[in-house]
Design a protein around this ligand. Structure first.
Ligand code: FMN
Ligand code: SF4
Length: 366
């Protein structure tokens, strides 16, 4: 199957085309629960894992950890973890995120942090040019930390209406300076951020970019704009694209049971037509038949699988071994958003994360 053909991305060979999509489950990063969760997906045969959207502050600012050696400890702790993942043959990267309202993203805002956006909103104040450039520098420093921690690659979270995505969206970016206005202005922050990251990590370290390629709202991102943006991002140093949607108002980035399987594949296909680096497609790619068809038909080079790997970490190995009938199917019910949406959620309670896999997030419990 094409699904099990290796692919090399800027010198990094991934053993197959299956990439675990980033999912923030409030597991933490290097603790035993998180390690066991990711290790199960690596042992289950995923080619690469993208760790959850993680605030850039956590990877470059000790204050985000509330201790003087926070980042150094992160590096030390993650080194052992990335070694364990590598021993399974899986590649591991981390998604770098700036979430406007929750700048630290580690369960709450950094002390004294203010919600910010490209243009002022009811909740956020507009960033100054110096602050915008400082955020690009944070992404660069965070990428360098991930590299030191033994990660194989990093991904920029440029989707789902968070800060990076907002700069590109005409619906959110109403600036009239160099970081707004026309398409070139709205692309500037993303492009400069990738350039800064490339400089920080050197030429040979893969940078993925999750691009929110379309929005359905007045003035929002169009596919044609995203094609132009992807071309500029590739020139700036992006080695692979992961294609999702922009602002999620009215359209979930994690489509429900009635959504078409392969929901965002048509967006990936259009970006693939514009760039010459690998492109990953997403959205309810839950069956091997669909995953294989996407690759064979040349619609994408990689398949991103999120919730199906919560439901069954061994999906890749089962498919490879011809045991697809033993797969525990994901219901697309989105119960796994509980840790993010339910303020009373706690891993210490016995509430299951997943409707079909009671062990998800509890792999360390044996
Ligand atoms: C609980 C949960 C948390 C998520 N967290 C992130 C995240 O941190 N960053 C991100 O870009 N997407 C996030 N996503 C979206 C997934 O990466 C993926 O794009 C989406 O679920 C569609 O893929 P799937 O149908 O295979 O799950 C999350 C999805 C879920 C279900
Ligand atoms: S909780 Fe529902 S959507 Fe989430 S992984 Fe489990 S079955 Fe899939």
């Amino acid at each position: 199957m094409k699904l099990f053909e290796p692919l090399t991305i800027n010198g990094m060979t991934v053993r197959n085309r299956i990439v675990m999509a980033p999912m923030q489950l409030r597991l933490g990063l290097g603790n035993p629960r998180a390690r066991a969760f990711y290790l199960a997906r690596a042992s289950g045969g995923a080619g690469a894992i993208i760790m959850c959207g993680t605030s850039v502050d956590l990877l470059m600012d000790d204050a985000a950890w509330g201790r003087a050696d926070g980042v150094a400890r992160f590096v030390e702790n993650m080194r052992g973890f990335t070694d364990e993942i590598h021993a399974t043959g899986t590649r591991i990267g981390i998604q770098l995120w700036h979430g406007n309202l929750w700048p630290a993203g580690n369960g709450g805002p950094m002390p004294g942090a203010e919600p910010v956006a490209p243009s002022a909103t009811a909740e956020c104040r507009a960033l100054t040019i110096a602050e915008i450039q400082a955020i690009s520098a944070k992404f660069a420093a965070a990428a360098a930390t991930a590299q030191k921690a033994g990660m194989d690659f990093v991904e920029v979270h440029g989707a789902h209406g968070y800060l990076v995505c907002q700069f590109f969206s005409g619906a959110d970016n109403r600036r009239t300076d160099a970081y707004g206005g026309d398409l070139a202005g709205r692309m500037r922050f993303g492009v400069e951020t990738v350039q800064a990251m490339r400089q920080a990590v050197g030429q040979d370290f893969p940078i993925f970019y999750r691009l929110g390629a379309q929005e359905h709202r007045p003035g929002g991102i169009t596919l044609r704009q995203s094609q132009a943006f992807a071309v500029e991002l590739q020139k700036a140093g992006v080695d692979a694209f992961d294609i999702s949607i922009g602002a999620t108002a009215g359209r979930s980035a994690s489509p429900g049971p009635r959504a078409k399987p392969g929901t965002f594949v048509p967006l990936a296909e259009r970006i693939k037509a514009a760039v010459s680096v690998p492109v990953m497609a997403l959205g309810r790619i839950n069956t091997p038949e669909l995953a294989e068809a996407i690759l064979v038909d040349g619609r994408a080079d990689l398949v991103g699988i999120g919730r199906q790997l919560i439901a069954d970490p061994f999906w890749p190995d089962k498919v490879h071994a011809g045991r697809s009938e033993t797969i525990t199917a994901c219901l697309s019910c989105n119960r796994c958003f509980q840790p993010l949406r339910n303020p009373d959620w706690s891993w210490k309670s016995d509430q299951p994360l997943c409707k079909v896999n009671p062990k998800a997030g509890r792999e360390m419990e044996g």
